[in-house]
Design a protein around this ligand. Structure first.
Ligand SMILES: C[S@@+](CC[C@H](N)C(=O)[O-])C[C@H]1O[C@@H](n2cnc3c(N)ncnc32)[C@H](O)[C@@H]1O
Length: 347
């Protein structure tokens, strides 16, 4: 089966199409990132009988992930949880990872969404479910083609403690004066001071390479150190806090979908794992959260949903003028109606 790639040909910045995530109407390796959230096991019907048992969900999602990996060169990120309709838990996300890995697929470290301020008690039986998975799959071997894993980071609060990067080759520790000259030793690091006035002045110093690789020249003398240069921004880690609920999802229209995620979540992953100008796909796009965010951040967004009413909802959302925080951060790409389109699958 050959797959058309109408979106890219049309040069649009956002495209919404009615399609089944099992059969994505795009060519192989045609998108940079997939960020999506499918129906969670049996939690909701979506009016289309979308409830599935645990094993059935895993089987179905294995096929969806495979299809996403066919079209995507980068990460395939899936927001999901094993929460059931009657407040039990099925290990569906864990089962999906296990089955994918067992059949030779590549999994990357998962991230976790900490949903702050969720309404409702979560039922009488047990604790509320505040944390959800962002499972990370990759269809092709090797490094992620594009990643800026400090894009959403913050300035490092503390310097490195220095061990082992602040020991001499012979294992002895570099003195505190040296540590201070580099701005380390537990102090807040704002700049990267030179080392003219420290005990290493005039001595060769080997830093890690641009990509963090170790120095290739073997340092023969005990006077040489391998200095750690802290990044300008710290990696924010894999626990992503998101405030959810009415008024903070980015658009009122989001609530016309049964289970939207907030724009801040999509923003985190689009910024970190898709190149500017790249293509971001959400095959369960619902109200179009990922697509709106991708366009705002200067990427091309492609949204698919099996329900036409959700495709129309996403188009309405794309037509909205940005408000509040979104407005402040937006307008890398103008909200031009000619940049929106809807194509329907021709079978
Ligand atoms: C959790 S919602 C996505 C919400 C979306 N992230 C948002 O912020 O609005 C899941 C969506 O998947 C859609 N869906 C269910 N089965 C599908 C399938 N086989 N292919 C494509 N979309 C499907 C549903 O219509 C629903 O809108």
């Amino acid at each position: 089966m050959t797959h058309p790639s109408p979106t890219i040909a049309q040069g649009k910045s956002a495209v919404i199409a009615q399609a089944d995530a099992l059969s994505i109407p795009l060519a192989d390796a045609s998108v940079d990132l997939v960020f999506t959230s499918p129906p969670y096991v049996d939690a909701r019907t979506y009016g289309i009988g979308a409830q599935r048992g645990c094993v059935e969900w895993i089987d179905w999602m294995l096929s969806v992930v495979k299809e996403c990996c066919r079209v995507c060169t980068g990460l395939v990120l899936v927001n999901c949880a094993g929460v059931t309709r009657d407040h039990r838990y099925w290990p569906a996300p864990e089962g999906l990872l296990w089955r994918w890995w067992k059949q030779g697929g590549e999994c990357w470290r998962s991230a976790f969404l900490h949903r702050v301020g969720i309404p409702g008690s979560g039922g009488k039986q047990w604790l509320r479910s505040d944390v959800e998975f962002i499972l990370a799959f990759k269809g092709r071997p090797g490094a992620i083609p594009w990643a800026d894993n400090t894009a959403c980071g913050h300035e490092p609060k503390y310097g490195s403690g220095g061990n082992p990067s602040h020991r001499r080759i012979d294992g002895t520790r570099v003195g505190d004066a040296n540590r201070d000259a580099f701005g380390f030793g537990g102090r807040r690091v704002r700049t990267r001071p030179g080392y003219d006035d420290c005990e290493m002045a005039g001595k060769p110093m080997y830093r890690r390479g641009k990509n963090g690789e170790r120095p290739t020249k073997a340092a023969a003398s005990g006077e040489r150190v391998q200095a750690y240069v802290p990044p300008a921004k710290a990696n924010p880690g894999n626990l992503i806090k998101t405030i959810v609920g009415g008024g903070v999802m980015g658009s009122k229209l989001a609530h016309e979908n049964e289970a939207p995620f907030s724009e801040s979540v999509a923003e985190f992953f689009v910024k970190s794992f898709s190149r500017p100008g790249g293509i971001v796909l959400d095959p369960f796009s619902g109200s179009g959260t990922t697509i709106v965010v991708a366009r705002r951040l200067g990427r091309i967004g492609i949204g698919l949903d099996i329900r036409m009413n959700q495709c129309e909802l996403a188009l309405r959302r794309l037509a909205e003028p940005p408000r509040g925080e979104a407005k402040r951060r937006s307008q890398i790409v103008p909200n031009d109606p000619s940049q929106r389109t809807l194509f329907e699958l021709s079978s």
